[in-house]
Every structure is written in structure tokens, then in C-alpha cells.
Ligand binder design. Structure first.
Ligand code: ZN
Length: 273
């Protein structure tokens, strides 16, 4: 049986990141909500002391409203949003954060390196609407933890996609069972040989840490990586006897990480030509 081992990333994928005509969301754990447009997604983690938003899709009011509406739709209260945690300083993750800062006065988190890159080297220098538009309150780095209520998010420096890229591990719950979820923050490898080497070292490091944290849930912030739209659609319509499609176990998580390795080899082949 033929199974794909790498995502399809095309020009359309990049253009799709700015398409705000389509959003979908689903509760994928009792305390984790995913919201996606066509190509990029974010998460909302519920704690006993409020909500944490992880990544913020795109600097568009539609994205902000989609996240707010999803929170209301699942019966949570957006007035309890306390924190916004960003994986890396690219515009498709810093996204609509300024509205969370303005309306909900959230505490914001990112690495110092990526905050500087976001400010000084915007991804789209000719488009002011994508430039840095809110402050980061907390610079985080490898080994840090972010705590709210009953939840602790573990922070890992995983440079490669960006120099200050971060990945996270945190607990999620389904039917009172706790699982450990890993979010690899920088999806695609960079286009240089040294960059790919660093990216793969970060991946090895993150997998080692994930093993020690007994990770069994794989998350990503781009839908092309994990057939995200299909996983979300499945989760929305999931019958009670069906498995949670995000729980892969340790073996499954390792295979999930192979996708990033395969993408890296594709880049290495091309840059060495
Ligand atoms: Zn990026």
C-alpha cells in the first residue's frame, strides 16, 4: 500500500496562507482546541486559570475572529484568554496577536532572537501590514516552562527553520487520561546545507526530550504536514468508538518526525546540485 512520506508544498500552499475565506476548528482533546485556515493552524489550551493561545495564524482580523468564535463555539470564554505563546517569528505564526493584546491584554511569549528578526527582517518587507505590530512581554528559551493553572508548557530551542525557533511539549487530557503533546514549531527546513544540519540536530534533540516526556501526541502548526484539515474534519465528526487521530503513541510520533527528516533530505539534494 502506497503511503506518502512527505507533504506536498507548492506555490499554492504559500498563497493559501493568506486565504481568510475558510476556517475550521475542532476540540481534539477535552482541553485542546485547534483552529485552522487552509494552511496554517493554531491551538487553544484550557487550564484551570484561563486559556492559552499557541500561535496566531495571520495578521488578519478574520483570523482573530475565527479563533474567538471557535472558543465561544466550544463553550469556553474568550474573556479568560491569558497568554499568547508563539513558536517562531514568521508572520504566519505571530499572526493576529495584536488583537489579543488589545482586547484581552494577554501576556506574549517568543524567543528574543526571533523577536528581533520579526522586527528587523520581516518576511514580507514590502508589506507593512505584515510587519511587527505588538510587543513580546516574555523572552523564552530552552529549558523554560510556562505555567498557568494546572498546566505546564515545556519550552525547547529548536533552531533551523528560524534561529530562535521554539518547540513545545505540554499535557492534554481525554476522558481523564493525560497524554503528552509535542508541537514542532518550525515546520520546513531552511534552504542551506548548514541550515538543514542545524534543523536535523534540533529534531534529534526534540525527539530525545519528547521520549523522556513520554510524548504520544503529534501536533504541527501547518496543515500540509499532517493532513491537518482531514484530521480536524475527522475529529469534528468522530464517533465515540473511534480513536483519537492525534494520539499516535511513541512509535507513531517517531514516524511523524520522519516527515521532517524526509523534507530535509529533499532540500539537501536540491542545494547540493
Ligand atoms: Zn515559519
Amino acid at each position: 500500500m502506497n503511503r506518502r512520506n512527505k507533504p506536498v508544498v507548492t506555490k499554492e500552499t504559500i498563497m493559501g496562507m493568506e486565504d481568510m475565506s475558510y476556517f475550521i476548528h475542532a476540540m481534539i482533546f477535552d482541553d485542546l482546541l485547534i483552529i485552522a485556515q487552509k494552511e496554517t493552524n493554531c491551538f487553544v489550551l484550557k487550564t484551570k486559570d484561563g486559556l492559552i493561545v499557541i500561535d496566531a495564524i495571520w495578521p488578519a482580523k478574520e483570523a482573530f475572529e475565527a479563533i474567538e468564535n471557535a472558543i465561544i463555539d466550544v463553550g469556553w470564554n474568550p474573556d479568560t484568554i491569558r497568554k499568547l505563546i508563539i513558536t517562531h517569528g514568521h508572520v504566519d505564526h505571530t499572526g493576529c496577536g495584536k488583537w489579543f493584546v488589545e482586547k484581552y491584554h494577554v501576556d506574549t511569549y517568543l524567543s528574543r532572537i526571533d523577536d528581533i528578526v520579526w522586527r528587523e527582517h520581516p518576511v514580507k518587507p514590502d508589506r507593512p501590514e505584515t510587519w511587527k505590530d505588538y510587543n513580546i512581554d516574555h523572552y523564552i528559551q530552552d529549558g523554560d516552562t510556562i505555567t498557568l493553572g494546572d498546566k505546564v508548557i515545556y519550552v525547547y530551542s529548536t533552531p533551523g527553520h528560524t534561529q530562535g525557533g521554539l518547540s513545545y511539549i505540554f499535557p492534554v487530557t481525554e476522558s481523564e487520561e493525560i497524554h503528552m503533546a509535542a508541537l514542532w514549531g518550525g515546520s520546513t527546513p531552511p534552504w542551506t546545507e548548514d541550515g538543514v544540519k542545524q534543523y536535523l540536530e534540533s529534531l534529534d534533540y526534540f525527539m530525545k526530550e519528547a521520549k523522556s516526556k513520554r510524548v504520544d501526541v503529534a501536533l504541527t502548526n501547518h496543515t500540509a504536514i499532517d493532513n491537518g484539515l482531514e484530521r480536524i474534519a475527522y475529529s469534528k465528526m468522530r464517533m465515540s468508538y473511534m480513536p483519537n487521530i492525534y494520539i499516535l503513541g511513541w512509535e507513531g510520533f517517531q514516524r511523524f518526525c520522519e516527515v521532517f527528516r524526509t523534507m530535509s533530505y529533499v532540500v539537501l539534494e536540491r542545494v547540493s546540485k
